[in-house]
Design a protein. Structure first.
Length: 412
């Protein structure tokens, strides 16, 4: 079911008309559908039910505790990239043995916290980091359950800012250094090597990139097992894309087929770290048109939401779908949809056709659940906006607006 549909000409989230939320909470705000979150989790987990697999939600995509809790209640674990995210996951009730810790540079304090909490796995990204994990674990009298993040040198064919699996990016251990890393894993008493992890990038459309990476991973498992290593786990990372404006995508079943074909018969316990795929289309940014500005060359619809609320268009050249909240059959004059922030890059996109939309009207920016609120800032002295969770016939504010007065209270 799509969570955001028109009923009687009004865009709704589940059974709640968006103007009701705008009225009660104010705009701009993020609106999530709990129904959609749950559906997305089930759709992801189901194809792997026959394998020994764990789906760990990549908390960084949308770290609101209520969102983590909704997914955890369906059975999701968590993939965290910092102590802050670990704290959020634990607070939301994710069992420690379902938490994996990724991230390029974990501090001693973070490693200590993770080990004391008894998490499922720490993914090491470099040889120096392995040494620190080993030291910290040994000092606590523990052995760290470890996976090595390998850099498979695979092109991800996504935006260069979110491509992570090629030689020359800062991520993972290159194949040339893997023998040294494996030797270290065997000798350091604080390390308990369980297996490998890969994450080749975010928002991938071409599942053949996964096929290549997972194929290489399977070969590595076979090779290192022959050399006497007991490798029981594979963490396949996240990165499965979702369709944004005007895009279509191969069915998720095709991704699942790639997993089964490449690593399904190794007898490894599998982990997945999806972020965008679970939350991306479960959230919208609800915003109001402040001004309909007819310039000489162009028409601008200026929203009350800006790049500080949703930075993906400015940062990744993303084009989100934008829908009028009140459906209208009129012809539309194209407009550039922009925010109020003093930056030319505060542009959601050019030449949108939004029938019936003018000054004072509400619009919804779709696919805003992932890397939306998560990446928000207070740039231009703006408050952090509220987040709202809709659940069938009810909704609640899951993060209040952080007023400027409150921010000033943190200063001086
Ligand atoms: C960002 C990230 C993810 C989640 O990526 P999505 O594209 O949102 O699925 C998973 N694992 C790691 C290590 C990441 O850095």
């Amino acid at each position: 079911m799509n969570a955001f549909t028109y009923r009687g000409g009004i865009l709704c989230a589940d059974n709640i008309a968006l103007p009701v939320i705008a009225e009660q909470v104010g705009t701009p705000c993020y609106v999530y559908s709990e129904t959609r979150l749950r559906d997305n989790y089930r759709a992801f987990a189901e194809p792997f039910a026959s394998l020994n697999a764990m789906v760990c939600y990549a908390v960084k995509a949308c770290p609101n505790v209520a969102v983590i809790r909704a997914l955890a209640s369906c059975g999701a674990g968590a993939d965290v990239t910092s102590a802050g995210e670990l704290e959020r996951a634990l607070h939301a009730g994710v069992a420690p043995d379902k938490i994996v810790f990724s991230g390029v540079a974990k501090t001693r304090a973070e490693i200590t916290m993770a080990l004391k909490a008894g998490i499922h796995q720490i993914n090491a990204e470099s040889i120096p980091e392995m040494r620190v994990i080993g030291e910290v674990a040994a000092s606590l009298g523990l052995r760290a359950p470890l996976a090595l993040r390998v850099n498979p040198n695979v092109a991800a064919h996504t935006h260069y800012k979110i491509s992570t699996g090629e030689m020359g990016t800062k991520f993972g251990i290159d194949s040339t250094q893997l023998p040294e890393a494996m030797g270290l894993a065997k000798t350091l008493p604080g390390l308990d090597l369980k297996g490998f992890q890969v994450h080749i990038g975010s928002h991938l459309f071409d599942y053949n990139n996964f096929r290549e990476a997972y194929g290489k991973l399977a070969d590595m498992v076979r090779d290192w097992r022959e050399q006497g290593f007991d490798l029981s786990r594979l963490d396949l990372g996240g990165g499965v894309g979702i369709p944004y404006d005007g895009q279509t995508q191969a069915p998720f079943g095709d991704y699942a087929a790639v997993v089964h074909a490449t690593v399904g018969n190794l007898g490894c316990e599998l982990a997945f770290e999806p972020g965008r795929r679970l939350v991306g289309d479960a959230g919208v940014l609800l915003t109001q048109v402040m001004y309909d500005k007819q310039g000489t060359a162009k028409r601008f619809l200026i929203l009350d939401a800006g790049m500080n609320d949703l930075i993906r268009p400015a940062m990744y050249e993303a084009r989100h779908s934008i829908w009028p909240v009140r459906e209208c059959a009129d012809d539309a004059q194209p407009a550039d949809v922009v925010g109020p922030v003093c930056e030319t890059s505060d542009l959601f996109g050019e030449f949108y056709l939004l029938p019936g939309v003018g000054q004072g009207d509400l619009v919804a920016i779709l696919q805003a659940g992932a890397y939306g609120a998560a990446m928000a800032s207070t740039y231009n002295g703006r408050p952090l906006i509220p987040e709202v969770m809709v659940s069938g016939d009810t909704f609640r504010v899951i993060r209040k607006r952080i007023s400027v007065a409150e921010q000033i209270g943190w200063e001086e």
